[in-house]
Design a protein around this ligand. Structure first.
Ligand SMILES: C[S@@+](CC[C@H](N)C(=O)[O-])C[C@H]1O[C@@H](n2cnc3c(N)ncnc32)[C@H](O)[C@@H]1O
Length: 293
């Protein structure tokens, strides 16, 4: 069973905004909320067209809906926060293959299990691979194999996933699950520093031959991984980068640690990089999907 209490990573949207608004009356905070026949309904939030007939659900609803126009790009665009209740609902709508559920449960008791991507993220990665018709993929940061297995499961029989990680113990778990799932023939496990593996693929003449890459390893190395993968991925291929929102710290001016700064720097660089089309997606801890031009 998928629940948000199982050590999964997900973004809870701006807690600072939530605190800020909780002291205001609902109508003050959200002028678009109106009373209809004694019940509250939200008139313009496309995701919440339901009546709210008790105070706690009203309050929950209000706490999830925000408006923003702070950078002038949107005219009072509304967006929702994802709290654990709503996230449980999202997870209940994820189609997680049984073998991935088993791996997730085994990993839950392991050291640093929160590193694993969430089921909704894995589902999105698998869908991107399928939409692309990808045959050749790379993953930087395998851990126990959850995201790589999700990708390998949807690759065609002739597909290949180069799976890079420096942790042999974790890779042993991943390899066991590739075997169990019957996909080990599609996965080329590379133990070692990911940058070295990527450089060796380039040296081997494999530039521009990959369809899809996923970056989920040491965050401060992301810029180097991105540059190497830009060489390895073909035009119109995808590079997906995980943890781009870094638990919301990227948007918090009070945070200036090295890790957060390096993520901010790469986000800015990619934003200005016309070698790729981009979409920053608030799923899990935030993923940016880059398409090579
Ligand atoms: C966030 S976890 C990956 C999670 C994985 N994508 C999943 O969904 O289960 C990061 C992984 O990157 C690996 N890693 C960190 N730095 C690395 C490096 N320089 N080279 C190779 N692997 C590295 C760690 O050993 C760890 O297993």
């Amino acid at each position: 069973m998928l629940t948000s209490n199982m050590g999964l990573r997900f973004m809870s949207y701006p807690q600072n905004l939530l605190t800020k608004f909780s002291s205001l009356s609902p109508v003050t905070a959200f002028p678009s909320i109106k009373t209809v026949k004694g019940a509250f309904s939200c008139s313009c939030c496309v995701v919440c067209q339901f009546n709210l007939d008790d105070f706690s659900s009203k309050k929950r609803h209000l706490e999830r809906v925000y408006s923003t126009n702070s950078n002038g790009k949107f005219s009072n665009k509304q967006f929702i926060s994802v709290d654990s209740e709503l996230y449980d609902y999202i997870l209940s709508n994820v189609r997680e293959p049984e073998i991935l559920g088993q791996l997730r449960e085994e990993t839950a008791s392991m050291r640093a299990s929160k590193m694993q991507v969430s089921p909704d993220q894995a589902q999105l990665l698998a869908m991107l691979v399928q939409i692309l018709g990808a045959k050749r993929c790379i993953e930087v940061g395998v851990y126990t194999g959850y995201s790589s297995l999700a990708v390998a499961l949807v690759l065609p029989e002739s597909g290949r996933l180069v799976a890079c990680d420096r942790d042999l113990e974790c890779l042993e778990v991943a390899k066991r699950y590739y075997e169990l799932a019957g996909v080990s023939h599609k996965v080329d496990v590379r133990h070692g520093l990911a940058a070295d593996t990527l450089k060796s693929l380039i040296a081997n003449g494999e530039a521009s031959s990959y369809d899809f890459a996923f970056i989920d390893a040491e965050k401060r190395m992301n810029e180097e991984y991105f540059e190497l993968l830009l060489q390895l991925v073909r035009v119109r291929g995808l590079i997906v980068i995980d943890n781009v929102l870094w638990y919301g710290k990227v948007a918090d001016p009070m945070v200036d640690d090295k890790m957060t700064d390096s993520i901010r720097r790469l986000n800015k660089k990619i934003m200005e990089d016309d070698r790729v089309g981009i979409s920053m997606v608030p799923i899990g801890d935030g993923m940016t999907i880059c398409q090579k031009r």
